[in-house]
Design a protein around this ligand. Structure first.
Ligand code: NAP
Length: 354
């Protein structure tokens, strides 16, 4: 099979490097272009590599970093692009790339709430992919898709199977978010050492708005979910993995064993299609009293290509018709690059990549 040539936009950043690690030996995609800020154009990715858990392939590390220019991306032969750019840069550039016929899979928030742009979590809302056909650039081959804010992805994976079975109306969540979620170099060390920060700009609103769209029902368009997610977001001194404490008032008596069963048996289109980056079990349920933990569970997911793609749920309790549990997911893999790669695999499986 001929591989689909792709570009990584913002290849030197936290999420960009995760993209490269997932794409450098991908069965469906091959890297045609690595693009960076003007500061690093002309240099090599190997000189900026920071992922201590991944070996950069020499032929990828030695590639010249190209400018963030749709014409340069098309010239390099890429038909799709994975964007790991800050929102203020991504908005205009991603739109221009789609106009140039490129299929864009973005991590940035710039286009998430555009009415004709889906926020995809392939196990949760694969039907929303059809929204790209309404984009004016679609006729020319280009379109835009996004994945959610890293704090909502793991929660959405847990909420979907629960909302399918139980009457979920409101969700209260307190987050413990990793430092890598703030990009590189991120939060100043003097602010976070021996400390927690009870404020992350825009995060609580994003969780509420994005959850309504992601969990929305596909009819002739997206009908927003009635579920309200009320979040308190906190930055903690953890490298990778967002942990979240979730409380859900229920309308009926519920057995915690049924909750565990609904979560553990959840499968979606990526599992049915056996997409390369799909975890065999998208939600893992742990029964130990002190799990999940970022250090032990952030990279959960099988097979090896899906490491960091499973959300882990633990400490499931029901008291007084309130369901409580913790959920953990890897912010730069499932909540970032891995989520976008899975979106692209879904698009490929559904015939959107030509
Ligand atoms: N980190 C996460 O957990 C996570 C999860 C989901 C979504 N996201 C979103 O993904 C995007 C990337 O996040 P990140 O954590 O990877 O950030 P990051 O580590 O700060 O990387 C940002 C990338 O964009 C480049 N860049 C920065 N300013 C630029 C400019 N003015 N012009 C052109 N390029 C510029 C950087 O280049 P240099 O290397 O030259 O600075 C770098 O390659 C953001 O929109 C973020 O909100 C992040």
């Amino acid at each position: 099979m001929t591989k689909v040539p792709v570009a990584v936009l913002g290849a030197t950043g936290n999420v960009g490097q995760r993209f490269v690690s997932l794409l450098q030996d991908h069965p469906t995609f091959e890297i045609a272009a690595l693009c960076s800020s003007e500061r690093k154009v002309g240099g090599r990715l190997a000189d900026h590599w920071r992922l201590d858990d991944v070996t950069l392939a020499p032929d990828v590390g030695s590639r010249e970093l190209l400018p963030l220019d749709p014409k340069a991306i098309v010239r390099a032969g890429a038909v799709a692009a994975f964007s790991a750019l800050p929102a203020d840069v991504a908005g205009d550039l991603e739109a221009k790339a789609a106009e140039a016929g490129i299929r864009v899979f973005s991590n940035a928030s710039s286009h998430r709430m555009d009415p004709d742009v889906p926020i995809l979590v392939p196990e949760v809302n694969p039907d929303h992919m059809a929204l790209v056909e309404r984009q004016p650039t679609f006729k020319g081959g280009g379109f835009l898709t996004t994945n959610p804010n890293c704090s909502i992805t793991g929660l959405a994976l847990a909420l979907k199977p629960l909302a399918d079975v139980f009457d979920v109306r409101v969700v209260y969540v307190a987050t413990y978010q990793a430092l890598s979620g703030a990009g590189y170099p991120g939060v100043p060390s003097l602010d976070i050492t021996a400390n927690v920060l009870p404020f992350i700009e825009g995060e609580e609103d994003k969780m509420r708005r994005e959850a309504k769209k992601i969990l929305g029902t596909w009819r002739t368009g997206i009908v927003e979910s009635p579920i309200d997610v009320w979040a308190n977001c906190v930055r903690v001194a953890v490298r990778e993995g967002h942990l979240e404490a979730v409380s859900i008032p229920l309308q009926e008596d519920v057995d915690p064993a049924d909750v565990a069963k609904a979560l553990a048996s959840f499968r979606g289109e990526p599992q049915r299609r056996k997409l390369p980056t799909a975890p065999r079990e998208p939600v893992l349920v742990r029964t130990e009293r002190n799990r999940p933990q970022p250090l032990l569970d952030a990279t959960a997911g099988e097979p090896a290509r899906a490491r960091g793609m499973a959300a882990t749920v633990g400490r499931i309790r029901v008291e007084g018709r309130v369901l409580r549990f913790f959920v953990l997911s890897h912010n730069t893999i499932r909540g970032g690059a891995g989520g976008s790669v899975l979106n692209a695999e879904l698009a490929h499986g559904r015939g959107y990549l030509g």
